[in-house]
Design a protein around this ligand. Sequence first.
Ligand code: 5GP
Length: 114
Amino acid sequence: MTTIFSKIVQGEIPAEIVYQDEWVTAFRDIHPQAPVHILIVPNIEIPTVNDLTEEDVIVAGRLLWTAKLLAKQEGIAADGYRLMINCNRHGGQEVFHLHLHLLGGRPLGPMLAR
Ligand code: 5GP
């Protein structure tokens, strides 16, 4: 367990955790890009989408399932939101512990900066 997100999962460093179960942990992004900006991470370390194996299919599905639950909990389900996973350099990934961004609470504009 070495990534900063693993330390959050283990409670070794503080974060505003909004959800945790046996598969995933969700907490508010330290530099929110929208009124709601939550990171949903597997409890086990999977560095990138490229590293997923078939054994990880359940945990990968739990990321999406948790996003659905949290969108409702945060009151943004009806208006809508964006789910995003960055991978490696071109994707702009900064933390190499797989995470799903849940963003919402305002219109988010075009999908990519021009
Ligand atoms: P990436 O670019 O890897 O997809 O996104 C990493 C995200 O993690 C960024 O939005 C960044 O603000 C967030 N982040 C980085 N370090 C921490 C931290 O220690 N705590 C929390 N809550 N978020 C973090």
